[in-house]
Design a protein around this ligand. Structure first.
Ligand SMILES: [Zn+2]
Length: 400
């Protein structure tokens, strides 16, 4: 009987431990190595800037200089996604360094900064200025540039090592495009889409809706019906990777509806999912988010022509061809709807559910998760000196 009781007790203890894991996901997460979905990263520079990216001999790290290069020194560095500053300090080799923790195990690191405007623990939002490009630290070789690294906390210690082969750095992604797969690569004129967010607006016959993305990246709305409410209404808690777009319209079935669109998280193939939410009661209640296609690199824009809804946004290549609605020409300013996205076809209606379009998913590369297999030095954040400059560019390498 004592034995039985003991057995029961240990069973209860096991159950309690299991429950402990369930109710304390934060504690479990810090000990597990599984990273969350990759945030939707922009180039770490203000909207519209153009930069040259080089992997030199330290892929997947990138060195960045501005176009024109003479404008590099002092250029603003903007957070590529929301996050919390994890490190901000002067390193004897790398100069002024900032590292941002973007959540889910994803980190970005910036070296040789002229000046740092954020200190450890500061919450930063996408597009926020965190410092300026410089040439601090001896490994900058005195050449103004930004050394950038994306990293994944692979060992689950809550940190991301950087600065040496074998650290937790991985291939960078900007606007859904992967960079620095190998050494000796150059990208010219990479355009920053790290822009501010516009609200999505839509009006029915009697009401006007405004939709924004909150600082928690969830969808919020205000509805005007004779007056404005004081507070924003949180529509739901799904994390969005872009600001919303909205359209109020009467569809092919004659149904009055309000649709809201936004980009969601990338799927396993790195394809950013475009989401849709619909209301059939004048915007009072919305259905859940539905995945309707993939891979816009901008906030979408929505409009309606003759009972058909069209969605526009820039794709991952600047040569994307617009697919205009029948009988119209596409304005030049909206010339980059992406083939294979909702912009290229008819929208969902209630009678014909919209199939998810993932035809191109199998041809895409998976997100870069491999790291160099060199032996780590074991000291996170350490900078290893390189044997010499990397040849390949007439301009010469500008350090590590
Ligand atoms: Zn470098």
């Amino acid at each position: 009987m004592t034995r039985t009781r003991r057995r029961w007790r240990s069973a209860a203890l096991v159950a309690a431990i299991g429950l402990g894991f369930l109710v304390a996901p934060g504690a479990v997460q810090s000990a597990s190595a599984a990273p969350g979905p990759r945030p939707s990263f922009h180039l770490p520079f203000p909207c519209g800037d153009q930069w040259r990216l080089d992997s030199w001999g330290h892929a997947p790290a990138l060195d960045m200089v501005r176009v024109p290069r003479s404008a590099t020194e002092g250029s603003v560095i903007a957070a590529p996604a929301d996050g919390v500053v994890n490190q901000s300090f002067y390193h004897s080799q790398a100069g002024n360094v900032i590292q941002i923790n973007h959540g889910g195990g994803w980190f970005t690191t910036y070296r040789h900064m002229q000046v740092r405007y954020a200190t450890a623990g500061h919450q930063v939002f996408q597009g926020q200025t965190i410092g300026r490009v410089g040439h601090t630290g001896p490994t900058s070789n005195g050449t103004p540039h930004l050394h950038f690294e994306l990293a994944v906390d692979a060992n689950g210690d809550g940190q991301a090592s950087w600065g040496f082969a074998g650290s937790e750095r991985v291939r960078p992604w900007f606007n859904g495009v992967e960079y620095a797969q190998s050494n000796g690569q150059t990208w010219l004129h990479v355009y920053s889409n790290n822009c501010g967010e516009m609200p999505g607006v839509a009006s029915t016959s009697s009401r006007m809706h405004v939709f924004v993305r909150g600082t928690d990246r969830a969808l919020y709305k205000k509805t005007y019906a004779g007056s404005w409410p004081v507070s924003w209404t949180r529509v739901d808690g799904s994390v969005l990777n872009s600001a919303p777009a909205a359209a109020a319209w009467r569809d092919a079935n004659g149904a009055q509806r309000v649709d809201v669109f936004a980009s969601g998280a990338p799927d396993a193939n790195g394809i950013t999912q475009v989401l849709q939410k619909t209301s059939y009661d004048d915007g009072n209640t919305f259905s859940g988010w539905q995945v309707i296609g993939g891979n816009l690199t901008t906030q979408p824009a929505a409009t309606v022509l003759n009972g058909t809804l069209y969605l526009f946004g820039r794709g991952t290549t600047e040569t994307s061809t617009a697919v205009p609605p029948p009988g119209t020409t596409t304005p030049a300013s909206v010339s980059t709807a992406t083939p294979g996205t909702p912009g290229s076809g008819a929208p969902p209606t209630r009678s014909t559910p919209h199939p998810a379009r993932r035809a191109s998913a199998t041809t895409r590369h998976r997100p870069g998760t491999s790291v160099p297999t060199c032996t780590p030095t074991g000291s996170g954040g350490a900078v290893r000196r390189r044997p010499g400059p990397v040849r390949r560019s007439p301009a010469g390498a500008w350090g590590t």
